[in-house]
Design a protein around this ligand. Structure first.
Ligand code: NAD
Length: 295
């Protein structure tokens, strides 16, 4: 079993680190927040007082942090304290440019690196059913896979450094757009006197079928497990959707890609967030879409 340093023990990182402990790995954990460190201690991890302290002697270092600036700052802090032959994996969702800079930093120090953002949310983090989208060299991916296997059910090698982040933001741009599309269809159906169930029964087996409809239906009723049946508690908060759609727009601008619907989806989610709904599940956008009528 490996000695793993885990840095960033928030809503996602905390339960992911626990799954590594459960799998029998020796986990040394660190977070800036004392409460998160205490939780990890009671879940069976060893606790370090600093990020550098956590990586000493580790075979694998994992970071799960809010944004690119945190990842670059932590990697800069710890990389020279890592042993030769060690591997560093970042599971945060960050911009492609920062991910590439992080890989370059690791390469400069002779450390193998993988960007491995996730989908599956806090439920997937707890249940070890996350999907990991990975970028990095073949050898680094091969070393990372057995560790990621203990936290997820699908591990995909998407290409070289940064490819995991690219896949993540492309996927979430589809998700943001498709959730608005499904919400607009339900809002129109309501005005036309068509029941939610009738639209669902038709569209879920017709060409309008998609994950936002069949797994995460934004109106209560047709899919009992969707957040619409639980007061739109996240799930995946709208503020995180704004973050991911903004990363997609930044990447599109830098790469010269045209993403008009992605841009519009970002604006719609930003308005929802600005109205105080950043903590509402992103499928709650259906409420905002209804309110747009007559504006
Ligand atoms: P979070 O805010 O709950 O956790 C982040 C943790 O990082 C916090 O505990 C914070 O104290 C810690 N931290 C910040 N700077 C640090 C530093 N310099 N050193 C050590 N610890 C530091 O966020 P989260 O929901 O766990 O998300 C983590 C990442 O996963 C984000 O990039 C997010 O976009 C991505 N993500 C989240 C979800 C989700 O549903 N929450 C789903 C997919 C991806």
């Amino acid at each position: 079993m490996a000695h793993i340093a885990f840095i960033g023990l928030g809503n996602m990182g905390g339960p992911m680190a626990v799954n590594l402990v459960k799998a029998g790995h020796k986990v040394t954990a660190f977070d800036l927040a004392a409460a998160s460190r205490e939780q990890a201690r009671s879940d069976g991890a060893s606790i370090a007082e600093t990020a550098v302290g956590s990586v000493k002697g580790a075979d694998v270092v994992i970071t799960m942090l809010p944004a690119g600036k945190h990842v670059l700052s932590v990697w800069n802090e710890v990389i020279s304290s890592m042993g030769k032959g060690a591997l560093i994996i970042d599971c945060s969702t960050i911009d492609v440019e920062s991910a590439k800079q992080a890989h370059a930093l690791a390469a400069k120090h002779g450390i193998a690196s993988v960007d491995a953002p996730v989908s599956g949310g806090t439920g997937g983090a707890k249940g070890a059913t996350l999907t990991f989208m990975c970028g990095g060299e073949d050898k680094a991916f091969a070393a990372a896979k057995p560790v990621l296997d203990k936290m997820g059910k699908k591990i995909v090698h998407c290409g070289g450094g940064g490819a995991g982040q690219a896949a993540k933001i492309c996927n979430n741009m589809i998700l943001g757009i498709s959730m608005i599309a499904v919400s607009e269809a339900f809002a129109l159906a309501e005005k036309l006197g068509l029941s939610h169930q009738a639209l669902f029964d038709v569209a879920s087996t017709s060409s309008g079928q998609c994950w936002s409809l069949t797994t995460y239906c934004p109106v209560p009723g047709p899919v009992p497990t969707s957040p619409a049946n639980n007061d739109y508690k996240p799930g995946f908060a709208s503020a995180l959707m704004v973050k991911d759609l903004t990363l997609a727009q930044d990447a599109a601008k830098a790469a010269g890609a045209a993403t008009p619907l992605g841009k519009h989806a970002q604006e719609i989610y930003k308005a929802f967030d600005a109205a105080g709904h950043g903590g509402v599940d992103f499928s709650g956008i259906v409420q905002h879409v209804r309110e747009l009528a007559g504006k």
